[in-house]
Design a protein around this ligand. Structure first.
Ligand SMILES: [Zn+2]
Length: 189
């Protein structure tokens, strides 16, 4: 116990290949960071997603482009859109549902890639050693918040990143009343 890790809430977002970005926004369109960034960034480009039950405008695209297409949504979004996406780790998209994307220059029908991202903790090597947590280990996390402190189970540790941070989605963040500056503590199982 002891080490406190910042908890970050990710709203629904897309990771796209350059091929798909070209179709949606026009050939050679470059994803630009919406603010200061190092590495992965929230881009200024937005797109409409069309599900069987509902459409969503202004969905954020993360940059830079990746080798595959993935749409990360919350459990609430799966109901709103009518897309029964499974809980998966990022990149594990085989057998997942697809979705239609509509950009200013064209449309793309993704045949897979819609997931509810499994909650996870990025740990630096040093932090993982200090906590005695291995890469891929399933741990619990106690989130401190104003009036809604919550212990999450089923959180996967991913060791090796530059910093330690917890990634959860908007449903999970709201359940624990996570705001800017909210911290969590790992509980080993
Ligand atoms: Zn993450």
């Amino acid at each position: 116990m002891g080490t406190k890790i910042p908890v970050l809430v990710s709203a629904r977002h897309l990771h796209l290949s350059q091929d798909v970005v070209d179709i949606l926004f026009g050939k050679g369109h470059k994803l630009e960071p919406a603010g200061p960034s190092n590495g992965q960034f929230l881009s200024t480009s937005r797109v409409k997603v069309v599900g069987p039950k509902c459409s969503m405008e202004n969905v954020a695209i993360m940059g830079p482009c990746r080798g595959f297409n993935q749409f990360e949504i919350s459990m609430t979004d799966t109901r709103t859109l009518g897309i029964p996406a499974p809980i998966r780790m990022s990149g594990d998209i085989e057998g997942t549902p697809g979705v239609k994307l509509v950009g200013p220059a064209g449309e793309v029908e993704l045949d897979k890639g819609v997931i509810v991202a499994k909650r996870h903790i990025h740990l630096s090597k040093a932090a993982a050693e200090e906590l005695g947590v291995a890469d891929g280990e399933c741990v619990m996390l106690r989130v401190e918040s104003e009036g809604r402190a919550l212990i999450f189970d089923d959180i996967i540790a991913r060791v090796g990143g530059p910093e330690s941070v917890v990634h959860i989605d908007t449903d999970e963040g709201n359940a624990a009343c996570v705001v800017k500056g909210t911290m969590g503590q790992i509980i080993k199982k």
